[in-house]
Design a protein around this ligand. Sequence first.
Ligand SMILES: [Zn+2]
Length: 274
Amino acid sequence: MPEGHTLHRIARDLRAAFAGRVVSVSSPQGRFAAGAALLTDHEVVEARAHGKHLFVEFAGERVLHVHLGLIGSFTIDATAYVGERPVIGQVRCRIAGDRHVADLRGPMTCRVITPDEEAAVHHKLGPDPLRDSDGEPAWERIHRSRKSVAALLMEQQVLAGVGNVYRCEVLFRHRINPMTPGERLKRSSWDLIWADLRRLLPLGVATSRIVTVADEVAQIESALAKGEDVHLDERTSYVYKRTGQDCDRCGSIIKAKDVAGRNLYWCGNCQRRS
Ligand SMILES: [Zn+2]
């Protein structure tokens, strides 16, 4: 499942490709034909994300609301690249401008809504580290809950945009025991989590990859500060998908367990803090 940085990256690319332009919108697959008819030949005003939800605002108070779900994708290519080739795969929605074409495939949600309906979606979501500077609404929910911090970090109404990889890695980075109930999580621990997500997620937007390991974080921050391109090898992580391997920090065996429907990975020796 894409995490929030993927949606913010798509919003950024849609904005760059289409904002201020009149576009044609179609549904090559047919399932979104009625919605596409409401949007086509209108100007794209803005594209924005909140957690895993994407909103493309069109002139005339019409908003395309997309949630990719588990398998969805939204690709944006130069028209010159796509050319006159036939549509590949089941394209639910195609946005075409004079220079770019964007194809949405396999979304869980693809519908046209009003600005009021968009506001209702935002209202149900917790703060997004890529969108909101204030994480207080998330803390308000976390410190009143008996659920584990590992479960709470995955709840989109608590915190929007964080998925399984960021959850596991950020808890490891601050040595926090993932099973700590929200009501027993220290305020200082939460402040570390929120500040770190505000630091790490933008690196995901910039590189299109989840970056959490300290030397890579430093390398990318340095490159971005200098405006250089960033090249990364295979994805690395501290604990994510490293079950049975040695912890880099202490040599203990990384464990895995189902928490909130997804495999939580952690080091029982390093992560003892509440
Ligand atoms: Zn360890």
